[in-house]
Design a protein around this ligand. Structure first.
Ligand SMILES: Cc1ncc(COP(=O)(O)OP(=O)(O)O)c(N)n1
Ligand SMILES: Cc1ncsc1CCOP(=O)(O)O
Ligand SMILES: [Mg+2]
Length: 197
């Protein structure tokens, strides 16, 4: 699995950052009307196809189905309503969020393309009911996930990558560190360089 997993909140960021060399990018749109969500996902799908990047659609699994996208990310609440069988029939891969052992067992029972563990470090992105999980938890998750790739998320920075990969993560997902960087393009290149080590 790609070691660098970029998460952006708008298709304009996909268009800015994918050309820096990003191969795995999630479009995580919140609080927008359905028509705008659909427009952005369609544009990101086409842009990623041209640039050889894998688009992951967050939350909007039905839109992903309708627009023939190939990968979605679902949280535990999203899984309540998502039709995983329909996604599988359509050949759409899915990654699933996990925060505790019960969620991990549940996620693995759906044979996901990856499981994500977070927040590993404190995150500023959103209020969460789970505190920081820490690096040992990555090692524990890796052992329990078996051959299913593990994505670590939450408070990630380039400086933290060596420890996170050493602990057992296959991939690291990031939102805030790149979104708030003075120069998001340069920061993205730094992430790509560091993930390659
Ligand atoms: C790679 C990755 N991991 C976790 C999440 C979080 O998903 P979810 O719990 O559904 O929360 P929202 O992102 O929808 O607020 C993710 N999006 N991507
Ligand atoms: C959505 C989400 N799920 C677990 S941690 C997290 C936020 C991660 O983002 P950031 O890189 O901004 O801390
Ligand atoms: Mg979600």
């Amino acid at each position: 699995m790609e070691r660098f997993y970029l998460i952006t909140g708008h298709v304009a960021q996909v268009e800015l950052l994918v050309p820096q060399g990003v191969k795995l990018v999630q479009l995580r749109i919140k609080d927008q009307p359905k028509a705008e969500v659909t427009r952005q996902i369609a544009r990101a799908r086409d842009f990623c196809a041209v640039h050889g990047a894998q688009l992951v659609v967050n939350d909007y699994w039905q839109v992903a189905l309708d627009l023939r996208c190939s990968f979605v990310h679902l949280g535990q609440e999203d899984m309540e309503t998502a039709d995983l069988a329909a996604l599988r029939r359509a050949g759409i891969r899915y990654g699933l969020s996990t925060h505790d052992e019960t969620e991990l067992d549940r996620a693995l029972s759906h044979d996901p393309t990856y499981v994500a563990l977070g927040p590993v470090f404190p995150t500023l992105l959103k209020k969460m009911k789970w505190g920081p999980q820490g690096l040992d938890r990555i090692t524990q998750w890796k052992a329990m996930a078996g051959t299913t790739p593990l994505v670590a998320i939450g408070g990630m920075t380039p400086e933290r990558l060596p420890g996170v990969f050493s602990a057992g993560a296959d991939s690291v997902a990031v939102v805030t560190d790149i979104r708030t960087a003075n120069d998001p393009e340069a920061r993205t290149r730094e992430w790509i360089r560091t993930c390659a080590i």
